[in-house]
Design a protein around this ligand. Structure first.
Ligand code: FNR
Length: 342
């Protein structure tokens, strides 16, 4: 596949270039082993309900692609994986199609390939209700993701410099859109303050998308010719820390975890830290670019592996997994101490 230079193409290529660079905060998390699971593997139920939607497994393909012919082809591959494994899938930001309708089909392909699956549309928090409605209609989306990505915008030479209308836009969308709204980070994580603010606006589903996987400060720095902002590359909270922050405060919002999740043990750890669902981006990109059939097989194997992990901790469902005993160490434990998290 040829891939001319274009921002969306570069994001996909660079996420692949940096795939596996980051240290995982999940190494700080360990399950306590008990010798008697008191259940059988076949009893482990992977289904979850989040944002009023039914997911057959607690992971999905998170927002990445679309906005150019090449990323449209990538979206098609991701959508085939989603369809064949009954995973939900989010498109990348549809703002490219609002600016340039000629790239609409690079997003529409996701719904076309998945007429019956769960599909989420995505836009940045700089957009208001009208655009949100347009992209939800375009994709017949089951839910709408609003991404918040201020560090990425600030490293991008062409990025936004005005953020004062974001909360207003989010509130307008939450109040006016007919499908569930998910507010998500893009790999910089969230704090208690952020989650409380979102809850106060009526946001019911939050994807804390922390660091430890795709690093958009690194990607945008690589795209810059000069004045690289290297110090931004360590900005933000890890996924584990963001989940611990969320556990302290979130009473009303359901939490989705993403950022650096690459395999079933990390999915299980994120769920046991309070997430109801997990999103994987660069891992699915890596698998889709490599071999779609192999990716489908891998996802089926992951479902079985997740059931076995749940059996080891005696969890018949994701609610019970959320109650599993964990030990937190390393930087994540230091963060808990400094922030007075039990
Ligand atoms: C992303 N991500 C993203 N998020 C979003 O809300 N809208 C978007 O358009 C994009 N675009 C995008 C492109 C590519 C190539 C990647 C890899 C990622 C961010 C993504 O949804 C997720 O929040 C982070 O990537 C962290 O997850 P991983 O990649 O560490 O699993």
């Amino acid at each position: 596949m040829s891939k001319p230079i274009n921002r969306k193409n570069e994001h996909v290529s660079l996420s692949e270039k940096f795939y596996h660079d980051a240290a995982s905060s999940f190494d700080d998390v360990q399950f306590v082993h008990d010798s008697f699971p008191q259940m059988d593997v076949k009893e482990a139920n992977l289904a979850v309900q989040v944002a009023g939607l039914d997911f057959s497994v607690p992971f999905f393909i998170n927002a990445m692609s679309g906005g150019s012919p090449w990323t449209g082809k990538v979206n098609e591959k991701l959508s085939i994986i989603a369809r064949e494994t009954s995973l939900a899938i989010a498109t990348g930001s549809v703002s490219a199609a609002i600016k340039d309708p000629s790239v609409k089909d690079s997003f529409e392909i996701v719904r076309k390939t998945n007429p019956d699956g769960l599909v989420f549309a995505n836009l940045g928090a700089g957009h208001g209700l009208e655009n949100a409605k347009r992209v939800v209609d375009l994709l017949e989306a089951d839910a709408f993701q609003i991404h918040v990505n201020s560090p990425q915008e600030l490293v991008m030479p062409e990025g936004d410099r005005e953020f004062s209308n974001w909360l207003e836009n989010i509130q307008e969308i939450v109040e006016g859109l007919s499908v569930p709204v998910i507010v998500k980070e893009v790999g910089f994580g969230m704090s208690r303050k952020t989650i409380l603010l979102l809850e106060s606006l009526g946001v019911k589903t939050v994807d804390i998308s922390g660091s430890g996987g795709t690093n958009f400060a690194q990607i945008e720095n690589f795209r810059r010719k000069n004045h690289k902002m290297d110090d931004f590359e360590g900005w933000g909270q890890s996924t584990v820390v963001s989940l611990l922050e969320a556990q302290e405060v979130s009473e009303k919002a359901e939490i989705i975890a993403s950022g650096g999740i690459r395999r079933p043990m990390e999915i299980a750890k994120a769920l046991s830290l309070g997430a109801s669902l997990t999103g994987l981006s660069s891992q699915f990109m890596h698998m889709a670019l490599d071999d779609v059939d192999q990716a489908i097989e891998t996802v089926h194997a992951w479902k079985e592996e997740l059931r076995r992990i749940m059996t080891l901790v005696g969890a018949r469902n994701v609610n019970e997994l959320q109650e599993a005993d964990l030990i937190i160490s390393g930087d994540s434990a230091h963060w808990c101490f400094a922030r007075d998290i039990d």
